[in-house]
Design a binder for this molecule. Structure first.
Ligand code: SAM
Ligand code: SF4
Length: 340
């Protein structure tokens, strides 16, 4: 059961630490590599997905979460692909939320299915959602997602708020020539809503690497555009990172504007995260291809103690940071196959 202030989490059997002294306690789990959209910066339209038999089944996923939680992993984010299209997603969320040691459980989603799922997901134990919305213009929304309906996503966002999956965060990837004209309108949502609108710098992966490098709009450029079109943003907390985001606000606004500048200002020194892909692979850094397969040994009969050993050893060798500045680009997987 998710621990609360009155029921503290049990002490972990060991703590997952890397050789640089970083304690790794945040796991982002990809529930599926599949998606009901095809965002231009994420995957090609004719994307080929892995067969379901290659992906973690519910019992395998819950066993691995139990093992990670016993190593001090207390914060979890469910992602994908699109996590809400996983068969049985509500029961999977319930299982994770009820795992001893899990204290924080959120999801990143494109919001298409939140209209029907927000309420059951909240009831199952999900605490918060990030909804990806790159523009408020329905035509540009369809162009950037290739298949998406803006109205459907907006209804999903409202359903999330009603269900108490708050504070609602909105993820925006800015792509030159697609939605760079929308950044001020998106930031201004925080004038009327207690939301966090977070601009994420586009990162290069596999098949979409060239596109991402050519069309990137940097965090500095986005802030300058907002200042020239509306008003300057005030830095909050002297620029202390909130997770991976540097936070700002318009004077007097109820909401906040965040910038995740993974490319131009990496936050690797404070990284506390690892990723579990839908095919059961532990990925140590989003932007490095260093991974270890956990699903194959699990299926071959490895015990929970043996899996713990493998995870601790892998985490020890977590890379310091990404190598984008040296042109080292992750090639083996695109974002949807890692779990962004
Ligand atoms: N399908 C869900 C969604 O779109 O929110 C969850 C998975 S998606 C891979 C997670 C986040 O990664 C989204 O906010 C998406 O915009 C972001 N993303 C995808 N490709 C990206 C890229 N090349 N660079 C930066 N962010 C990216
Ligand atoms: Fe799907 Fe999310 Fe990738 Fe868009 S960003 S294609 S919604 S996984």
């Amino acid at each position: 059961m998710m621990s609360t202030a009155s029921s503290p989490a049990p002490a972990p059997t060991a703590v997952a630490k890397d050789r640089f002294g970083r304690v790794i306690s945040y796991l982002r789990i990809s529930l599926t590599d599949k998606c009901n959209l095809r965002c231009v910066y994420c995957m090609p339209e004719d994307m080929v997905f892995r067969p379901n038999s290659h992906l973690m089944q519910d019992d395998e996923l819950l066993l691995l979460v139990r093992v990670f939680a016993s190593l001090g992993f207390w914060k979890y984010r469910l992602t994908g692909g699109e996590p809400t299209i996983r068969h049985n997603v509500v029961e999977v969320v319930r299982g994770i939320a009820h795992t001893e040691g899990v204290r924080s459980l959120s999801m990143t989603t494109n919001g298409i299915l939140l209209g029907e799922l927000a309420e059951p997901l909240a009831e199952a134990g999900l605490q918060r959602v990030n909804v990806s919305i790159d523009t408020l213009d329905p035509d540009r929304f369809r162009r950037i997602t290739r298949w998406g309906s803006f109205d459907e996503v907006w209804r999903g966002l409202e359903a999330a708020e009603r269900a108490g999956l708050t504070p609602v965060k909105i993820n925006v990837v800015v792509v030159r020539g697609f939605n760079d004209q929308d950044v001020t309108a998106l930031a201004k949502l925080t004038l009327d809503h207690p939301w966090q609108v977070r601009f994420i710098e586009m990162m290069p992966f596999g098949d979409v690497a060239t596109f991402a490098k050519e069309q990137i709009v940097t965090d500095a450029e986005i802030r300058a555009r907002i200042a020239s079109e509306y008003a300057g943003l005030e830095l909050i907390d002297d620029g202390q990172l909130d997770g991976e985001a540097r936070m700002y606000r318009f004077a007097g606004a109820p909401g906040e504007v965040g910038f995740i500048s993974s490319v131009t200002q990496p936050f690797c020194a404070s990284c506390n995260r690892a990723r579990l892909t839908a095919d059961g692979v532990l990925r140590l850094c989003l932007l490095r291809d260093k991974e270890i397969d956990l699903l194959t040994p699990l299926r071959a009969g490895a015990s929970e103690d043996e899996l713990r050993e493998m995870i601790l050893k892998a985490i020890w060798w977590k890379p310091w940071g990404h190598g984008l500045a040296e042109e080292v680009i992750p090639l083996t997987r695109v974002m949807s196959q890692i779990g962004g």
